[in-house]
Ligand binder design. Structure first.
Ligand code: SF4
Length: 374
């Protein structure tokens, strides 16, 4: 069935295959399937991703049509040559225009190249769909691509906390097996300051519910989000919340301050005092020291992160991770406490593994503002 089949032609409101702007780095090989557009909350002060956009839920029929479009493309790719889809450079000449959506074609080629094992449901909070609608989408996905092993999405803790356990279990049964939650902080004062729209208690409840439903859980922690005044609380309260959840993954996202965020405005007016790299490292050290009884994998998988080497499995890698941060803090000479140009530039420099002594704590490059997750 091609995307222009008579069955689909009846729906004039379908505008073609869609993809949203972001996904977690760990979903780079995945098919990105947009089930909703933008963010229903959209008030977090540090987040530039969906500002100025409108939230909407895509009709189930449209999402299923996207899945069918990908199916058609995958079929066409494998008919042309069993190997054609395994190379990013699959010949453009085989693009069966005008029968297939070009965006779907590009997404399918990318997905086939990486083995068609995982799917990420976009955008910012896919669990905001009615569970029965999401289940229908998941079932259609499984029908078309039974080989898919992992289906993941972002979700807000507030949404998860109010979901029925049976609905989460049914979603797991239908194939959703990993959820990414942007905790950012477990400190109520910080959550309130950055308009996260949730509380430590709700974050814990949501995390526990996802785990109990049998899904994998990624929780995100943002060193620096409390600024100079709340950095200790940001570390200890986030660790305390995570200690109660024991997520499968703790993903570190050092605070970046892109200039199109309300938090950047607060920084400019002096309302928000941004941490230096050294203070941020002290916070990270305190956070790691405060984690207790968890068996999570620490991932530091964003290009803007400070100290990306801090990755490992707890509890066995605890000392190694702590020593990386301690070594950073012991470097001489001490770097400037703040580098004013960096906030404008998009912020932090990853400290490369091979940074020599002359590069000190900022042995990296300036990168553009970007952020990958809600
Ligand atoms: S961080 Fe997530 S919940 Fe907050 S505004 Fe951004 S996308 Fe929405």
């Amino acid at each position: 069935m091609l995307t222009t089949s008579p069955h689909h032609q009846a729906d004039q409101s379908y505008q073609g295959f869609e993809q949203g702007p972001i996904r977690p780095p760990s979903e780079a090989p995945s098919l990105l399937l947009r089930v909703m557009r933008n963010c229903p909350w959209n008030r977090c002060k540090f987040c530039p991703v969906y500002k100025g956009t409108e939230f909407s839920i895509r009709p189930v029929a449209h999402v299923k049509r996207d899945i069918d479009a990908i199916y058609d493309c995958v079929q066409a790719l494998s008919k042309h040559s069993p190997e054609a889809g395994s190379r990013l450079g699959a010949p453009a000449a085989i693009f069966p225009a005008p029968l297939v959506d070009r965006q779907a074609w590009q997404a399918a080629r990318h997905w086939v190249r990486y083995g068609r094992r995982s799917v990420f449901l976009q955008d910012a909070n896919s669990l905001v769909l009615q569970p029965e609608d999401l289940i229908e989408i998941l079932q259609h996905l499984r029908h078309r691509f039974p080989e898919v092993r992992r289906v993941t999405c972002y979700a807000r803790s507030t949404t998860v906390a109010r979901m029925a356990d049976e609905d989460l279990a049914a979603l797991r049964e239908a194939g959703l097996n990993r959820v990414h939650i942007g905790m950012e902080s477990g400190a109520d004062q910080v959550l309130k300051m950055i308009h996260k729209g949730t509380t430590k208690k709700r974050q814990i409840m949501a995390g526990v519910k996802i785990k109990q439903a049998g899904m994998e859980l990624s929780e995100y922690y943002m060193p620096g989000l409390g600024g100079c005044s709340l950095w200790e609380l940001n570390a200890t309260e986030t660790a305390a919340a995570l200690n109660q959840i024991n997520p499968d993954f703790i993903r570190i996202r050092t605070l970046a301050l892109p200039c199109d965020t309300p938090l950047y405005d607060d920084y400019q007016t002096g309302k928000f005092a941004k941490c230096s790299d050294v203070l941020m490292a002290q916070e990270l050290l305190l956070f790691l020291e405060s984690l207790s009884g968890v068996t999570s994998i620490i991932k530091n998988d964003h290009i803007l992160n400070l100290l990306p080497e801090v990755e490992g499995k707890l509890p066995q890698d605890r000392e190694r991770l702590l020593n990386i941060v301690r070594a950073f803090l012991a470097l001489e000479p001490p770097p400037p406490i703040s580098l004013p140009g960096r906030a404008e530039a998009g912020d932090f420099f990853p400290v490369g593994r091979s940074a020599g002594p002359d590069q000190g704590r900022t042995g990296g490059r300036v990168l553009p503002p970007a952020r990958d997750h809600p």
